[in-house]
Design a protein around this ligand. Structure first.
Ligand code: ACO
Length: 428
């Protein structure tokens, strides 16, 4: 795919660097020979202009607000597809026919149970442990239980590990919730859909029949679709970096969960709802807008802004619509939604946000839906991790299947002291 070349002149030396085109989106300058030819590195903290890999999974045009999975627009997938179908699509590249989809769903369903001994892990955590702390620990521990799917050189084992991770994540997340509220763990009910089963394991109790509300199941499934993958974001890049050393998939996904936890990434959905509740009523919005604009105040509008989207995040559009659907289905409302709508309106008409191209992202409205369904804010990021697991394993598989795959090893611009002699302690 080498199309043209770029010239880089340093002092009196000019070198040619190949320019490679993707199927769409920006071309990339291939700088792999740069160090060998010039003795220099590129410098790009935060990877604002660096493509770290080739990938055929997800395409984002941040300027236009476009998100495609394997070519399919996220709006269409959210409207017509299911999380299981999107999972198959991300893992395999094409939409399945009806029989293939049914087989895939059966495969995932058959892996939903957790090794019974894993239950004891939960009891080692304090009851008030954050679910993401539990998720990091329990998912990392899976590698100690499923040895038969940790050989990353074997495509069959990779596939089994991927299916196990996707299937067990709802069980792990639901158990984290149950542990925090002191209720018994619920075993999976494989008659239900992936998402219905998750709702039952979370909100059901053994003493009563649990009935899945179809509109809630649909909304939850859609939230999972909207979080399934997002190309080389921080947690996915973490999974790839961890995986590049040959680490087993369970350890890699635990690393992704750790990265996702941060408030600048997956933790923003929890932070966004906390912020909206703190704002409370629309009359207090301007104060928070002023704080967000103040350079001396660390406060930021959570759920606003994105490294890639310089336009409305297409996932936020679907989320906003879903809020109304869930309110209608549950016959509830939440004044925080009015505050969110008004905050969006005020921010978008403010030159600060317009100039910096800051728009609502996927996390701005998701917390309102999850709260209406009954999840505490601490569970929000765990749900994100559950859904993103499919993206993580698909990206990890893509990387491991690439014969040109190398260990990820960035370089640096060193700013510490140059070489100096050790001084014995009595002479310092
Ligand atoms: N509120 C106020 N100002 C903001 C915000 C915000 N939410 N986001 C960015 N800015 C400002 C910055 O202060 C900066 O201003 P400056 O150029 O005058 O210094 C400018 O916009 C650019 O921001 P950066 O932090 O440099 O942009 P970056 O791409 O590194 O960060 C990020 C993106 C982390 C998402 C940021 O917008 C943010 O912190 N948002 C709030 C947290 C959030 O919602 N995260 C979820 C992201 S989506 C996801 O992970 C699923």
């Amino acid at each position: 795919m080498t199309d043209t070349s770029a010239k880089l002149t340093v002092g009196d030396k000019t070198i040619d660097l190949p320019v490679m085109a993707g199927t769409t989106g920006p071309d990339v300058v291939d700088i792999r020979k740069l160090y060998g030819q010039t003795g220099m590195f590129t410098y790009d903290p935060g990877f604002t202009s660096t493509a770290s890999c080739e990938s055929a999974l997800t395409f984002i045009d941040g300027e236009e607000g476009v998100l495609l999975h394997r070519g399919y627009p996220i709006g269409q997938l959210a409207e017509h597809s299911s999380f299981m179908e999107v999972s198959y699509l991300l893992l395999n590249g094409e939409l399945p026919d009806a029989e293939t989809l049914a087989n895939f769903e059966t495969t995932i369903t058959r892996h939903t149970m957790l090794h019974e001994q894993l239950m004891t892990f939960y009891r080692g955590f304090r009851r008030d442990a954050h679910p993401m702390a539990i998720m990091c620990g329990v998912v990392g521990a899976l590698s100690a239980f499923y040895h038969d799917s940790t050989d990353i050189a074997d495509p069959v084992q990779r596939k089994i590990a991927s299916h196990r991770l996707i299937a067990k994540m709802p069980t792990i997340a639901a158990m984290a919730y149950k542990y925090s509220v002191g209720q018994p763990f619920m075993y999976p009910d494989n008659k239900l859909s992936y998402t219905g089963n998750f709702l039952k394991m979370t909100f059901g109790v053994p003493a009563e029949e649990y009935e899945v509300i179809p509109a809630v199941e649909k909304a939850m499934d859609r939230i999972f679709i909207l979080h399934a993958d997002h190309e080389q974001n921080a947690s996915t890049s973490t999974v790839r970096l961890a995986g590049s050393s040959g680490a087993n998939p369970f350890a890699c996904i635990a690393a992704g969960i750790a990265c996702l936890w941060g408030p600048a990434h997956g933790g923003a959905n929890e932070a966004a709802l906390n912020m909206l509740r703190e704002i409370g009523t629309p009359d207090r919005i301007q104060h928070y807008i002023d704080r967000a604009k103040d350079k001396n105040d660390p406060f930021r509008l959570m759920g606003f802004g994105h490294r890639v989207y310089k336009n409305y995040d297409p996932r936020a559009t679907v989320m906003q619509k879903t809020v109304r659907e869930v309110f209608d289905a549950l016959k509830v409302t939440d004044p925080v939604f009015e505050t969110a709508l008004r905050l969006e309106e005020i921010a978008l008409s403010d030159p600060y946000f317009a100039e910096k191209k800051l728009f609502p992202n996927v996390d701005f409205y998701s917390g309102i839906i999850l709260s209406a369904i009954g999840f505490p804010t601490t569970m929000f990021t765990a749900l994100f991790a559950l859904a993103r697991t499919v993206g993580w394993v698909a990206q990890w598989n893509e990387m491991i299947s690439d014969p040109g795959q190398k260990i990820g090893r960035p370089r640096q611009r060193y700013t510490g002291p140059t070489e100096r002699d050790y001084v014995p302690v009595e002479k310092r």
